[in-house]
Design a protein around this ligand. Sequence first.
Ligand SMILES: [Zn+2]
Length: 144
Amino acid sequence: MVTATTVTVTKVWTRESAIAEKRDVWTAIKRGFRGRCPRCGEGKLFRAFLKVESNCSGCGLDFTPHRADDLPAYLVIVIVGHLVVPTALLIETNYAPPVALQLAIYLPITFVASLLLLQPVKGAVVGIQWALRMHGFDELNPEP
Ligand SMILES: [Zn+2]
């Protein structure tokens, strides 16, 4: 005859277990940049272009407490500006093409590069927030 026994595991809290484990910031940034969950790297981070999912489909991490706000837009302006402006100055000083030609090239490049970078940069910002435990991730979603 087989009898079922219930085993209750009690968690013993020590000083070491109370210290939260270190999260790798670069891994979280890379996962966020690819549009994946910063914790597991599997679940999708976005449900629309800039709409973050409510939680991860892979590990269940709650994404709602994050506040990326305007930081991704500022970072995209800095990145694209540092690529387009020096290029425009270099071409202007060396070749001096007509202004209309320059505008016809630089404006679409700036527009497209900004759109392409906005979602990955927002994902990276969410990854940084998760890795650095910003905006209450831990209070609402403690590690298992
Ligand atoms: Zn996940």
